[in-house]
Design a protein around this ligand. Structure first.
Ligand code: HEC
Length: 115
């Protein structure tokens, strides 16, 4: 019983700590969803992803991506290296590792705005 209580305590504290860290880094780094939308089209993300009624279905539907609470950091990491986010088929998404920091921020802000 004691062990279980400790495990629960540990899980809760880790969640709180990680949450605070994510909040702090997200406050410091923001992008423009409008510019991200332009990039999304320029980079042809729609080839594999659907938003609303438009786009392909090789990748997941991104219509409500912002409701998944992935966060800016996660979004940027997933773009640069999909295998780092441990999704099921990361090999099916190309690595967008040649983008500038600003481009990552704008794309991530756009993805997080999809609700
Ligand atoms: C060649 C197809 C392809 C292209 C092009 C592509 N993706 Fe993906 N994407 C995928 C696949 C497949 C997955 C799912 C990977 C998995 O489940 O392991 C994915 C996953 C994602 C996810 C995670 C969704 C979630 O929360 O589970 C996001 C966000 C995403 N892509 C955004 C983008 C953006 C933005 C672009 C353009 C810069 C892009 N993708 C281009 C195929 C693609």
């Amino acid at each position: 019983m004691k062990v279980l209580k400790f495990a629960v305590f540990l899980a809760i504290s880790t969640t709180v700590l990680l949450g605070a860290e994510a909040w702090a880094s997200e406050k410091a780094r923001s992008g423009s969803p409008e510019k991200g939308k332009i990039l999304y089209n320029k980079l042809r993300c729609y080839y594999c992803h659907r938003i609303g009624n438009e786009g392909g279905n090789t990748g997941p539907d991104l219509t409500t991506e912002g409701t998944k609470k992935r966060g800016m950091e996660w979004q940027m990491r997933n773009l640069a290296d999909p295998s780092s986010t441990h999704l099921r088929h990361p090999e099916n998404m190309p690595k967008f590792d040649r983008l500038t920091e600003k481009m990552f921020l704008d794309l991530a802000a756009y993805l997080e705005s999809l609700k």
